[in-house]
Design a binder for this molecule. Structure first.
Ligand code: SAM
Length: 236
């Protein structure tokens, strides 16, 4: 899968893209993630990216010309399934949209900044607008990192132990269960007996029950959805 991210602030993406699973996914050839500096698509002496909004008011707007040039240059090189804009006005991101995006071959993600981007870019070139939640970020870079991270970890072969991804929250319409590791007793707090039993069926039963209880307490809405859509929870 290929993802091109367009940003006025490339360094904001360097950390998230160059560590842990995202780094390994790129090194192993599962994903190609390319960050484009919007300033490379400006042509004036000051490499101007933004301008004041028509009608006045506070804040700057990312100009249409560099965004058009960058996106059209990319589209001339290959087909993109979606041109995504990160914006609070978009569809609220969730695991179902994440799964949908993970099946695509190539994506462009545009990071807005300041007050946003010129509407003509959205009207002419953007196919999907995504919000990562009802709050306002300084720029779309962190939203792009969230989308890229959640999509890439779903690609086949990216997570070594595939089962651990399949039993994550939301994959089967429930939250994941609690986990413990050594020691079995710590400051008077003991690991549940079932998990220490070495009996796989008992462990699976405990986990299914714990996941269902947690989901019922915290996110009953997921159970309503899953009773309509999801199959049985996968074995752990
Ligand atoms: N004026 C915009 C509004 O109120 O909707 C907010 C602009 S915000 C300061 C700058 C950029 O951050 C946006 O253009 C967008 O790319 C990104 N952004 C902010 N909040 C976001 C969110 N919840 N989800 C996705 N992107 C967001």
């Amino acid at each position: 899968m290929r993802i091109d991210i367009i940003t006025a602030f490339p360094p904001l993406l360097h950390g998230p893209l160059s560590e842990s699973i995202l780094r390994r996914a790129q090194e192993a050839g599962h994903a190609e993630i390319v960050v484009h500096d919007l300033r490379d698509y400006t042509h004036d002496k000051h490499r101007t990216l933004d301008d004041t909004p028509y009608g006045g008011g506070a804040g700057m707007i990312l100009k249409a010309e560099p965004l058009f040039e960058c996106i059209e240059t990319l589209q001339a090189q290959r087909h993109y399934d979606q041109v995504i804009l990160t914006t609070p006005a978009g569809r609220v991101y969730d695991q179902s949209l994440c799964k949908q995006l993970s099946m695509e071959e190539a994506l462009i993600i545009i990071c807005g900044h300041y007050k946003g981007i010129d509407q003509r870019v959205i009207d002419a070139l953007v196919s999907m607008e995504i919000s990562i939640g009802d709050y306002v970020l300084t720029g779309g870079e962190l939203a792009a990192a969230v989308i890229v991270d959640s999509v890439i970890r779903l690609l086949p072969g990216v997570i070594g132990d595939g089962e651990s991804m399949l039993t994550d929250s939301f994959m089967e319409g429930e939250l994941d269960c609690p986990y413990y590791t050594r020691p079995p007793s710590f400051r008077g707090m003991n690991v549940p007996e079932d998990l220490l039993s070495g009996d796989h069926a008992r462990v699976r039963k405990w986990r299914e029950h714990a996941a269902r209880t947690l989901t019922r307490q915290r996110r009953p809405d997921l159970l309503e959805d899953s009773s309509r859509n999801a199959p049985e929870r996968k074995k752990k």
